[in-house]
Design a protein around this ligand. Structure first.
Ligand code: NAP
Length: 298
């Protein structure tokens, strides 16, 4: 069946590769200049298969980019106090520049307490309350990685945010909420939708910039996409299916992220870039703005 291909694709794979190449070059420079390689510590509690895979992927990408990867694996019986101690030890370790605590932790653990044990200057995954405050005030700091990746994609494709209506569907702490905060800091007019939102479709239809972060396959119908809208599909559901009905949406949108190859690859790229920035700062070199320039959002 022939479809009109109106929308331009936003290529997250290519942009993520370019950011990662710059991070690797910067990591090599830091290592040459200081004798110390940037180091990301990953912390994983338990053995959830998806989390094990994510952590393995992140570690492999780090090593490929010349970032040392240190791993702390803890049993699923770990208590909040034990996890806080392990994270605090990494926060105090001068050899470690970034810390990633893989989410979710087992339900008996106070996740917030564990996140807050991450030293702010090492919070390269943007999970502490201090990082959230910086995002909400539009101040410099580390951003949540997937939202940071979305902002960087918007910047790459010269999407003007000021005064435009951004609708974010989803309000999770790692995705929907922070991306809305960053869009607001970029002067968009932001509406959040969530599971209690009434008449969600009519709000979606008003979106100049639509961010789908729901976790339900093809939840956003193409016919609800405003003609000319920029559509960011952060969803990733089994079978490589996004939260947006891509086939129909792309006939109406001006720009759209594919799934896979849109938002997905950006998350690790932002993590690596922020780790290199963190190392540069801690080693007294200052950040390299070229690695991750989403200053409009920070
Ligand atoms: P989440 O924590 O489950 O949050 C889902 C959000 O969607 C919640 O705010 C929820 O509302 C809302 N929602 C659920 N059902 C809804 C409905 N019927 N109508 C309106 N809103 C509804 O998920 P998440 O962690 O944010 O992830 C969302 C998606 O992004 C998933 O597909 C995930 O795989 C993907 N993701 C991708 C990346 C990446 O590409 N790197 C990273 C992170 C997540 P309530 O708050 O009211 O419950």
């Amino acid at each position: 069946m022939h479809q009109t291909h109106a929308a331009r694709l936003m290529d997250g794979t290519g942009l993520a590769r370019r950011i990662t190449e710059r991070s690797a070059a910067r990591a090599a420079q830091i290592t040459r200049d200081t004798g110390t390689a940037p180091c990301l510590a990953t912390v994983l509690v338990g053995d959830d298969p998806a989390s094990v895979t994510y952590v393995r992927m992140k570690r492999a990408r780090c090593e490929k980019a010349g970032i040392v990867s240190r791993h702390v694996g803890l049993p699923s019986t770990t208590t909040t106090a034990e996890l806080v101690d392990a994270v605090s030890a990494l926060s105090q370790d001068p050899q470690v520049h970034g810390i990633l605590l893989q989410h979710p932790v087992p339900s008996h653990i106070d996740e917030r307490a564990a996140f807050e044990a991450i030293a702010p200057e090492k919070d390269v995954d943007g999970v502490t309350m201090r990082s959230f405050a910086a995002m909400s005030f539009g101040l410099p700091g580390f951003v949540s990685c997937t939202p940071g990746g979305i902002m960087r994609l918007l910047e790459e494709y010269d999407v003007d945010l000021a005064g435009r209506h951004a609708v974010v569907v989803g309000r999770s702490a790692i995705l929907g909420k922070p991306v809305g905060m960053l869009l607001l800091a970029g002067n968009a007019t932001v509406t959040y939708c969530h599971s209690r939102t009434k008449d969600l479709e009519s709000i979606v239809r008003q979106a100049d910039i639509l961010v789908a972060a729901v976790g339900r396959p093809q939840f956003i119908r193409g016919e609800d996409v405003k003609p000319g809208a920029v559509v960011i599909d952060a969803g990733y559901n089994p079978g490589n299916v996004g939260d947006v009905d891509f086939e129909t949406a792309q006939t109406r949108a001006s720009l759209i992220t594919p799934v896979p190859g849109g938002v997905g690859p950006m998350t690790i790229a932002v993590l690596l870039a922020q780790t290199v920035d963190a190392a540069a700062r801690q080693l007294g070199l200052g950040p390299d703005r070229r690695v991750l320039s989403c200053d409009g959002a920070r």
